[in-house]
Design a binder for this molecule. Structure first.
Ligand code: SF4
Ligand code: SF4
Ligand code: SF4
Length: 489
């Protein structure tokens, strides 16, 4: 039964992410898995004091977990299911000591400290949960690594082969996490996953759980053979670690294990293996780290030219309180302009979306990113509103612009500018050339009133390596401060 559900939910995750493409989007709930993550619910509630509409779906996981236990991890979570399958492949070897690899280790408690760290940061208004939330991590990794790799051979995932700046780092992290299963079954779930830790905390008092009948059990330890959570069902089970995979019940030859309410012969359960002192130390260290992050120069403290956010993005401070860096917007963007930021938006903005116009441009009639963003970091816009939303302003580098620097005719930027009236206009100039002949040349100017910063002029400029027209974030509609004080035309 569990195997059928796990295949179903994993395939559903893959299909929904596949459908997050402008060719396939037909109103499907493509962000479903991101919306049901309880970690996103809690962290975004703490960081922004709001819960964006779809995220209330996470109550469908939170409430049952309190009563049934941590069922999400083995039945629904695509990251957990993938880890389980990969572990299974690695551990098929004959010489594997299953009892050893499925025993609890003290470092599995690390995930609770990581959860503490993320919650304290969120309480201070810095939403970093998406870096470690397994659904965000998997969505980002598939978008930036796996799907582009499949597309490279099959051309099914994207219209054109996408590239992602700094994508190699995301790829290496994903591959390392998968490879860790070679050494320890479900390494991510057992040792690192903060969502698993949160579900463990929620499930600690669940009345329904796995119990061992101490009279029937003969300590053969066969229940350990395929245990997903390393929760030690053969002794005092660690409830917070139990993924409810039910393999222990299937494997027990004595029928000593059952899932349900406690009986008189049932064994005791162990509490969460964390030191209160370490939790307090982690919370204090996180609270100290927070002002250090905030005092650094970043797009929140100082308007930054290269932090051009997608149309519909809320002001930078609020954006960082909402964006979980899932990469859904990057997956749906038809021009590949949305890229995971490295440090240009500060440490807090790592892997949040920025536009890199050398790679793509914002399509004039496109509003897709706002419609798939699960947290409201980008709000959905109508096309009418979007084409009036300014995300930046274009400027000329006259030293590189062909008509300005070399007296060569070029009207590419004006031709592609999509606004009405066009934001690029020409001034005719009479020139005397080197050989004494005269020539009338059009020299381009930007009308800042009409430029919306879409970046197509930069993207199509024939001076490829460092385009003669470029967009910076100034003038963006969402900001009160990032504006030019003196406005021309
Ligand atoms: S609105 Fe612009 S940035 Fe957003 S998905 Fe469409 S083209 Fe990409
Ligand atoms: S802005 Fe993009 S990366 Fe951030 S939460 Fe929305 S869809 Fe995810
Ligand atoms: S960025 Fe360039 S193409 Fe886009 S509106 Fe401004 S001038 Fe026109």
């Amino acid at each position: 039964m569990r195997r059928i559900y796990s295949v179903f939910f994993f395939v559903l995750f893959v299909v929904l992410l596949f459908a997050t493409d402008f060719r396939h989007l037909k109103g499907y709930e493509t962000s479903l898995f991101l919306e049901i993550s309880p970690l996103t619910f809690l962290a975004s509630l703490l960081s922004s004091f709001t819960v964006y509409k779809g995220i209330v779906l996470s109550l469908l996981v939170i409430i049952p977990t309190v009563f049934l236990g941590r069922f999400f991890c083995s039945w629904i979570c695509p990251m957990g299911i993938l880890n389980q399958w990969i572990s299974h492949i690695f551990n098929k070897r004959k010489n594997v000591d299953h009892n050893k690899i499925n025993s609890y280790r003290s470092f599995f408690a690390f995930k609770y400290y990581l959860l503490t760290f993320l919650i304290v940061l969120a309480a201070f208004g810095s939403l970093q949960s998406g870096l470690f939330d397994p659904i965000s991590l998997l969505t980002r990794s598939f978008t930036v690594s796996l799907y582009p790799a499949i597309n490279h051979t099959a051309f099914t995932m994207y219209l054109k082969q996408p590239i992602f700046s700094g994508g190699m780092i995301i790829t290496l992290i994903f591959i390392s996490l998968m490879f860790a299963n070679r050494f320890l079954t479900r390494f991510w779930c057992r040792a690192l996953c903060p969502l698993g830790a949160l579900l463990g905390v929620l499930s600690i008092y669940s009345p329904l759980r796995i119990f061992r009948d101490t009279k029937k059990c003969n300590d053969c330890r066969k229940c350990l053979k395929y245990c997903h959570g390393a929760c030690e069902p053969h002794s005092e089970l660690r409830q917070s670690e139990c993924h409810l995979c039910m393999t222990c019940i299937e494997e027990c030859p004595e029928g000593a294990l059952h899932y349900g309410l406690k009986t008189q012969q049932s064994s005791e359960h162990l509490p969460i293996d964390v030191s209160r002192r370490r939790i307090i130390e982690t919370a204090v260290a996180s609270a100290v780290l927070f002002p250090m992050m905030r005092s650094a120069v970043n797009a929140r403290t100082l308007d930054t030219e290269s932090v051009i956010r997608p149309p519909g993005s809320i002001p930078e401070g609020d954006f960082l309180r909402r964006c979980i860096k899932c990469g859904e917007c990057m997956r749906v963007c038809p021009t590949n302009v949305l890229q995971p930021a490295l440090l240009e938006a500060g440490l807090e903005g790592l892997w949040s979306p920025v536009l890199i116009n050398k790679i793509g441009y914002c399509e004039h009639n496109c509003v897709l990113c706002g419609h798939v963003c699960p947290t409201g970091a980008i709000v959905p816009l109508t096309v009418e509103k979007k084409i009036k939303t300014k995300i930046g302003t274009a400027f000329y580098n006259r030293g590189r612009c062909l008509p300005w620097a070399m007296n060569i005719e070029c009207i590419v930027c004006e031709e592609v500018c999509p606004t009405s009236p066009k934001a690029i206009w020409f001034q005719n100039v009479e020139l005397t050339m080197r050989d004494g002949s005269t020539k009338t040349l059009k020299r381009p100017f930007i009308d800042t009133k009409h430029c919306i910063g879409c970046g197509i002029c930069q993207n199509k400029c024939p001076v490829h390596d460092s385009p003669a027209v470029y967009v910076t974030s100034i003038g963006e509609t969402r900001s009160k401060t990032n504006q030019m004080i003196l406005k021309g035309s």
